[in-house]
Design a protein around this ligand. Structure first.
Ligand code: ZN
Length: 131
């Protein structure tokens, strides 16, 4: 990967991090009992659901930011190695890095982990074994 491409991806990482930081944490309201005892009891489950959604979203966002910062660190510490798959040591295609510059794995290794976007194609012999 040349300097220019890396610089472009670095810029993208910073932008994305800025976006995520600007977004800020969703407010998680503490679930206080109503001192006057006049709260509508029907609202309680909804409040709890909103809290769960808000804290899950905040957690995901924190993970995204951590992933971006890790990528920026890798780029800083060992620029020549940035973009190499941590599992198979192959270079991750730039096209993939442009979409997700924080990626640490190529598509094959990522789908082998069972997460991330799948491209729908069958890649592994085991996929053809009837269960
Ligand atoms: Zn790989």
């Amino acid at each position: 990967m040349n300097e220019e491409t890396r610089e472009k991806l670095r810029e993208r990482l910073r932008e994305k991090r800025r976006e995520l930081l600007d977004e800020g944490d969703l407010k998680v309201e503490p679930n206080r009992p109503d001192p006057m005892g006049q709260a509508d009891e029907d609202e309680q489950p909804l409040n709890e659901m909103n809290q769960v959604i808000a804290s899950r979203r905040n957690r995901m966002r924190a993970q995204e930011i951590a992933g971006i910062e890790a990528a920026l660190r890798r780029m800083e510490e060992d620029p020549e190695e940035y973009g190499r798959c941590v599992d198979c040591d192959e270079w991750i295609p730039v096209r993939r890095l442009e979409l997700m510059p924080w990626a640490q794995r190529c598509v094959e290794c990522q789908s082998a982990l069972g997460e991330g976007p799948r491209d729908g194609r069958r890649r592994h012999a085991l996929d053809f074994v009837d269960s």
